[in-house]
Design a protein around this ligand. Structure first.
Ligand code: OAD
Length: 250
């Protein structure tokens, strides 16, 4: 493991641009549950019931109960050492550092990360199904059928559900960061949800503006769909391994 940590630190020492893709595993040590439990349910719910536009049309109150519970859980948790290590890494690379996260919990920003691309939206924001306005409601309780304060229509979480597109500008920025980076860190994601996971093969492409592909470093408890793309695999808790790599950097 020490040798792998040194290899990862060395790749980062040589890098000019760094990109990161995080998933639920990055927040696991804060106490936010990951998605893919072995029974295939999300905290006891079928994905199509709570994370699709059809599910919301069928039963918005069930969907809001699910997201209100997640909002409440997130209001009680703190960033963990993995979030903090990534925020420190951003200080080192400044504007040449981009963190794309599939997480909707805001914990990267709470740890001090600045350039965060929330490719799956945010638990803190609501989107109106009528006038489409988006509002940051932090983690205040919202009730089971919250209404838009402007037009009175039903609000939904500003989260990307299955069968929906990613926010266009944010997704373009994430793709650009993956296409231009020298190192991509893939942290705590099963890498099965696309297009987010396609940032990993994008980092491995060569093109005129980046003749050498990026080094991909995976941090996960276990091997995943990303592992075949990884040059360096650090398997264990992200909250233990990421700080070791960042400390080793000096
Ligand atoms: P998953 O639940 O699919 O995967 C979590 C990953 O984190 C697994 O590979 C675990 O092995 C790993 N893991 C767990 N604890 C860890 C730890 N302490 N350190 C390192 N790794 C750890 O979550 P995601 O890959 O984020 O989308 O799922 C992607 C998307 O699927 C989510 O953004 C969500 C869901 O559908 C939407 O809500 C649109």
């Amino acid at each position: 493991m020490e040798a792998m940590i040194e290899q990862a630190a060395n790749a980062l020492r040589k890098a000019q641009r760094v990109a990161v893709l995080t998933g639920a595993g990055a927040s696991a040590e804060s106490g936010v549950p990951t998605f893919r439990a072995s029974d295939g349910l999300w905290e006891g719910h079928h994905i199509e019931d709570v994370a699709t536009p059809d599910g919301f049309r069928r039963d918005p109150s069930l969907v809001w109960k699910f997201y209100n519970a997640r909002r409440e859980n997130v209001s009680r948790v703190q960033p963990n050492p993995a979030h903090i290590a990534l925020a420190k890494l951003e200080v080192r690379f400044g504007g040449a550092f981009t963190l794309a996260t599939q997480n909707v919990d805001g914990l990267h920003q709470a740890a001090g990360s600045i350039n965060v691309l929330e490719v799956h939206g945010s638990l803190r924001r609501t989107r109106c199904t009528g006038c489409r306005c988006i509002e940051d409601r932090e983690l205040e309780p919202l009730g089971e059928l919250p209404e838009c304060p402007r037009c009175g229509a039903l609000l939904r979480p500003d989260i990307v559900w299955f069968h929906e597109s990613l926010p266009e500008r944010i997704w373009q920025e994430a793709q650009f960061a993956a296409a231009m980076c020298d190192v991509l860190l893939v942290v705590g994601t099963s890498a099965v949800v696309h297009p987010a996971a396609s940032l990993i093969p994008i980092a491995r492409q060569v093109h005129d503006d980046r003749p050498t592909r990026a080094t991909v470093i995976e941090f996960n408890l276990t091997k995943t769909d990303a592992s075949d793309y990884a040059d360096i695999g650090l398997y264990g808790k992200a909250g233990e391994l990421l700080p070791r790599v960042v400390e080793r950097l000096g």
